[in-house]
Design a protein around this ligand. Structure first.
Ligand SMILES: [Zn+2]
Length: 391
């Protein structure tokens, strides 16, 4: 039964729970290191499958039942079901084990601890989040002599590349769940949970022009590069930062040689929207682009991949519960709205209460200085355990 936020966790010794995780902090750190040292770039199936198999085994060792969802192009997605002592709906713990780092990165960016911070590829986004799931489940089993309610852990292999293989499963599992806790990194060093995320889309614009010799026949060519440059300028005018719409041409390629008028050029564009209502309008504008040079042809592909995670009533109710739990140890848990998307966008988008940013605290996700703050781990684990009970 749903508990009122204000009464969440009364009667529990939260300081004792915090101490439980403080006493185990080295084990948590060792587990995170184990995860980070197994590299798992999204585009490397074999590497991802190695990581997925280890995770399945690890969660099975504490009583979960693993179900491997086979995928041809990406790593297999890993679902682990835990039975609970009550027959309430499960809580879905959602995460991903793919990273943006190519194989071999760990050699130049090794997993190491410096000044209370643990560095390494994917340590923040989001291998520490997976370790938190593991230790929160284990602690609840110990405290209650078994999990108080069913828990579904779903770890996907392709979140960093759009979740095409896992999205349907994520949504189906969310529909069966009372709530979704996403173990993506917290926002900022104050460790805010994420109650709103922008929607994300990706487009590609390909221009086909007419090639010609730049010296002999300059008048005969119709440059795809020139046309694309004009399109990029037009697209940049779709930026509307006040309304939370941003459009970025992040990649361009085209042409073959300096003495050839280019026959082809392509731009790849990232778009972000703040509300679901903005999706259709922006998509229409992208598809309505017309060539300035009538001899050039435009092809627009792509679309909005993740609708925004809006701060709806379900999101707020989970945040209030999390805040109430944090308060028991004098922790003012903040919330944040962020520009990045996650699989939480999918689950919130279909109306399932979702709280994101429950994972590690740190900085530098996707960057060479990616790290977590080790001293934050115990209270994150304590919060997660409490949320599994009360979501
Ligand atoms: Zn992530």
């Amino acid at each position: 039964m749903a508990k009122k936020a204000a009464s969440v966790g009364s009667g529990i010794d939260w300081h004792k729970r915090l101490q439980h995780f403080e006493a185990r902090h080295q084990a948590v750190v060792d587990t995170i290191r184990e995860f980070v040292e197994i590299e798992s770039p999204s585009d490397h199936k074999e590497a991802c499958d190695r990581m997925g198999a280890l995770l399945a085994a690890k969660f099975q060792a504490i009583g979960g039942r693993a179900h491997i969802h086979r995928v041809a192009d990406f790593g297999d997605n890993v679902q682990i079901d835990f039975r609970g002592r009550s027959v309430t709906k499960p809580v879905l713990l959602l995460g991903h084990f793919d990273t943006v780092y190519p194989s071999g990165t760990v050699a130049s960016m090794p997993c190491r601890v410096v000044d209370g911070r643990m560095h390494g590829p994917g340590v923040l986004d989001m291998k520490s989040g997976i370790a938190l799931m593991f230790y929160a489940i284990q602690a609840l089993q110990e405290w209650h002599g078994g999990l108080p309610r069913p828990v579904t852990v779903f770890l996907v292999s392709d979140e960093e590349v759009g979740s095409s293989s896992s999205r349907k499963i994520t949504e189906a599992l969310a529909r069966e769940s009372a709530g979704v806790l996403v173990l993506e990194p917290a926002a900022g060093l104050r460790g805010a949970v994420k109650t709103a995320r922008k929607g994300v889309g990706e487009y590609a614009i390909t221009v086909r022009g007419i090639a010609a010799h730049a010296g002999l026949d300059p008048g005969k060519g119709h440059s795809a590069i020139l046309e694309l440059a004009r399109q990029i300028t037009a697209i940049s005018k779709l930026n509307d930062l006040k309304r939370g719409i941003s459009v970025n041409t992040g990649v361009v390629h085209g042409g073959t040689r300096t003495n050839v008028i280019a026959a082809q050029a392509t731009a790849e564009i990232d778009v972000r929207i703040k509300s679901a209502k903005q999706a259709a309008g922006l998509d229409r504008k992208m598809r309505a682009l017309k060539p300035y040079d009538k001899h050039c042809k435009l092809d627009v592909s792509g679309g909005i991949n993740r609708l925004p995670m809006e701060r709806n009533a379900g999101v707020v109710s989970l945040y209030k519960k999390a805040q109430a739990i944090a308060k028991h140890i004098g922790w003012q848990l903040e919330e944040a709205a962020v520009g990045g998307g996650s699989d939480g966008n999918f689950t919130a988008g279909i109306g399932i209460p979702t709280l994101d940013g429950m994972g590690g605290v740190g900085d530098g996700a996707h960057a060479v200085h990616e790290h977590i703050v080790i001293s934050e781990l115990p209270r994150r684990a304590m919060l997660l355990a409490g949320m599994i009970e009360s979501a």
